[in-house]
Write a protein that binds this ligand. Structure first.
Ligand SMILES: [Ca+2]
Ligand SMILES: [Ca+2]
Length: 333
């Protein structure tokens, strides 16, 4: 009898765990597929602002010495408490901002004739950089083999003229330049994260782990799929899309990290407010972007990790660059 009771108890425990795991997966799926792209007014994650999650802050190990030189040194840093968006800013969120303010992004404005007197009107047309899969490449130094300056490309037409946001309300907004991200954040009463805040949030409480989910690069989710929307296959020729997504995915399609944050690895690169300092580029004008994107392949980028960072020019958008916002409680008087 006692054995049967123990077995029953074990079955109930396993059943409860399974039910919890299924409920969690279903809730993530709802966020991913049926999500409107705009968080509900009441924040179920316990944060103060809609769609935001509270970060306790504290001391953590930032950077890594196991990958690219720009990520080192690994150092102990302190971060104050803040709130961060559970997911990347979506097209629906950015549309609410653009519709209410009439804001035009950098990619939607023509280049200034005073700044670029050498360019004709046709060359100064608004546009942004769009990715395409080339059929062949000669070396990997020249990124114009897969990035094309495309007049008419912007967050409203992420693939260039003829593309649209149809069915993409819950995808991360892309083709966002630094000023665009700042304008949105101010409108929302928020801010862009510092690199330190972003990396603290991305680590999800795992100390010094290589990835947002731990150290195993090849870990798969409970359906056997990659843990983040990145690029599987030889870059830039063939994206096998083993993760189920070519290009951006709706936010929240991949497992959350330990802090309940989605897509801190991959999907869209995320702008921070920090300057990217590089002695080889004394002119500046670069900001730190974090987290990698749907274009990060292991054979070329490998940057869908918390410590990874890349420079992004402030004067342009790209098809794989977006952002998320933070909110900091005002200091008490
Ligand atoms: Ca993918
Ligand atoms: Ca991301």
């Amino acid at each position: 009898m006692r054995k049967r009771l123990a077995a029953l108890s074990l079955m109930l425990t396993l059943g409860a765990a399974l039910a919890a795991s299924v409920a969690k997966a279903e809730s993530a799926l709802r966020l991913c597929q049926a999500y409107s792209g705009r968080p509900a007014p009441a924040n179920q994650a316990g944060g103060i602002q809609p769609g935001m999650v509270a970060m306790r802050g504290g001391r953590f190990l930032m950077g890594s010495e196991r990958f690219y030189p720009e990520e080192s040194p690994r150092r102990s840093v302190e971060v104050a408490p803040f709130h961060i968006q559970r997911h990347e800013v979506t097209n629906a969120q950015f549309a609410a901002f653009a519709n209410s303010t009439g804001y035009r992004t950098v990619a939607e404005r023509p280049l200034d004739s005073k700044q670029f007197p050498q360019l004709g009107e046709a060359q100064r047309r608004p546009g942004s950089l769009v990715f395409h899969e080339p059929t062949q490449v000669k070396g990997m130094a020249d990124i114009s083999q897969w990035w094309t300056w495309t007049p008419g490309a912007s967050w409203r037409a992420p693939g260039g003229p003829g593309s649209s946001l149809r069915g993409r309300a819950n995808h991360p907004v892309v083709h966002i330049a630094f000023d665009d991200a700042v304008a949105y954040a101010r409108w929302a009463g928020q801010d862009l994260p510092t690199e330190t805040e972003w990396e603290y949030a991305a680590r999800g409480g795992l100390e010094d782990a290589d990835y947002t989910w731990g150290d195993d690069k090849n870990r798969r989710d409970d359906k056997g799929k990659p843990m983040a929307n990145h690029w599987q296959g030889p870059f830039p020729l063939k994206d096998m899309a083993e993760d189920g997504h070519h290009g951006t995915a709706p936010v929240g399609c991949f497992p959350a990290n330990g802090y309940g944050l989605f897509d801190m690895a991959g999907n869209a690169w995320e702008l921070t407010k920090d300057d990217y300092l590089d002695p080889r580029n004394p002119y500046g004008g670069m900001k730190v972007a974090k987290g990698g994107s749907f274009l990060c392949s292991d054979d070329f980028c490998g940057r869908y990790r918390p410590a990874a960072r890349t420079p992004h020019g402030i004067d342009t958008g790209m098809q794989h660059v977006g952002f998320r916002t933070v909110w900091r409680a005002p200091a008490r008087p």
